[in-house]
Design a protein around this ligand. Structure first.
Ligand code: DLL
Length: 446
């Protein structure tokens, strides 16, 4: 099923034409309403009327998170306050959040985009959508809520957290769709198991998961454990919230970007040059329809690539590769660039460990050290415990001999695939902190 047959299956040329018209209009809007953009356009010696084709976008200046911070809270808004009906903000880890305002049309468009995404994930009006994204300034909760309502599904607005209650509602309400972060779904699974819940008896069939990086191995793990299809959804508050792009359940191979609303580019983060289809680089998005706070060439810092090949699902919308991490999440370990999701992929190739891990980075002298802490499965833990009980000398579980070969294998794989030497510490099941929202994977003590 396709929600908006016309726009989701446009021919590339028609899409490019539509995008060029919209780009010119949004440039006019920001040039006349946002002093920051007037100045930035003037400095770049470009005027809205210079935009004739979509390739002219390369002449436009970039916008960064710092620009948004500097215009805190409302200086980047392109609509008068009387037309703003909603305000969200991103949870900046330090300092002030970045603030986004939506007009009535922005909220309606967002609901439409989310309806597209959810339809791509296989949701229909017959579904019961348990929405475990947080409601509040975070865009996840209300974004998914409006999309599900737009489709006509029944939304259960439970929000994030409340893990035991999530499980009760999954059982009693017969929820068929779960919207949540991937790490929270794994936590729900663990708690459900502890509660003795029969996962097979749940009605759940689809998870629409995002808001944090997760690997394909993690998807397989979630699908096998929860007995669902897990679909990746991407977005960020500055651009709108969830719904910038989403996988289709047919292919689960790249996230269809709502291109008639957002123009995606991939650039070389060092030179700012646009990269050709297929090449990996920094994702940049221009909003083509937004009224409240349109953004021109917003540098997202997320790493992806774009694939224009039409998809088996029938959509022609360009697909962005699953976001493997952010430029600013990238760890530089002894000069090697490492994304946490790469390590996740390696870990989850081993059935003996659980998808619960943390990376601890320290500096010893002038050396960076990376310690991978990962939980073993309850079965492995039990085996280790039994072996330790029968052994003469008392050992801590992590020193149990049979884990040595597993440790060596993981260290070897990480070294082969990523190129860094690591230490691996096995943890008891349940000992690594769980997340009810975005997971914290990295503890950088440097
Ligand atoms: O996380 C919006 C969202 C809510 C997306 C619910 C999907 C589902 P922010 O809090 O502003 O907004 O964080 C945006 O999270 O730049 C990425 O780094 C990361 N991110 C979001 N979705 C994905 C994903 C929401 N599917 C930032 N894969 C983005 C990887 C993701 N990273």
């Amino acid at each position: 099923m396709i929600w908006d047959q016309k726009h989701e299956t446009l021919k590339r040329d028609d899409m490019s034409k539509l995008q060029a018209e919209k780009l010119r209009r949004v440039c006019e809007r920001v040039y006349h309403n946002v002093p920051f953009y007037r100045q930035a356009f003037d400095t770049a010696k470009v005027k809205p009327e210079d935009i004739k084709t979509i390739d002219d976008i390369r002449r436009l200046p970039f916008t960064t998170k710092i620009d948004l911070r500097d215009s805190y809270p409302y200086n980047m808004f392109a609509a008068p306050m009387e037309d703003i009906i909603r305000i969200h903000a991103s949870s900046g880890t330090t300092g002030k959040p970045t603030v986004v305002g939506y007009t009535r049309k922005d909220v309606a468009d967002w609901a439409d985009m989310m309806a597209r995404c959810m339809t791509a994930a296989g949701v229909t009006k017959n579904d019961i959508v348990q929405n475990a994204y947080g409601y509040g300034l975070f865009t996840g909760g209300l974004g998914a809520h409006y999309g599900a309502e737009r489709i006509g599904a029944a939304v259960v607005p439970i929000s994030g957290g409340n893990t035991q209650k999530q499980i009760m509602l999954l059982q009693d309400f017969g929820s068929t769709v779960l919207t949540a972060t991937p790490s929270f779904v794994l936590y729900i699974y663990d708690v459900a198991r502890e509660m003795g819940v029969d996962i097979d008896a749940l009605q759940l069939r689809v998870g629409i998961l995002g808001a944090e990086p997760w690997s394909d191995q993690m998807r397989q793990e979630i699908e096998a454990k929860m007995k669902i299809k897990a679909v990746d959804i991407f977005g960020l508050s500055e651009i709108t919230g969830p719904g910038v792009s989403c996988e289709c359940v047919e292919a689960q191979n790249g996230l269809h970007v709502n291109e008639d609303y957002f123009y995606p580019e991939i650039i070389d983060p060092d030179t700012g040059e646009q990269l050709p289809w297929g090449e990996k680089g920094e994702l940049v998005i221009t909003t083509l329809e937004k009224e409240g706070i349109p953004l021109i060439r917003y540098r997202i810092k997320d790493i992806s690539s774009l694939n224009p090949e039409p998809c088996v699902c029938g959509r022609t919308l360009v697909r962005m590769a699953r976001v493997s991490g952010r430029n600013d999440d990238m760890l530089i370990i002894r000069g090697v660039n490492v994304f946490p999701s790469q390590i996740e992929s390696v870990l989850l190739m081993n059935r003996e460990v659980e998808p619960h891990y943390q990376l601890v980075i320290e500096r010893q002298g002038s050396m960076d050290t990376l310690e991978i802490q990962v939980e073993v499965t309850p079965e492995i833990f039990k085996q280790a415990e039994n072996a330790m009980l029968s052994a003469d000398e008392k050992k801590v579980f992590n020193e149990y001999e049979d884990l040595a070969s597993l440790r060596k294998k993981i260290q070897g794989d990480v070294k082969d695939i990523i190129g860094v030497t690591t230490s691996v510490v096995f943890k008891e099941p349940g000992s690594i902190a769980r997340s009810e929202g975005k997971a914290k994977r990295v503890i950088d003590k440097r």
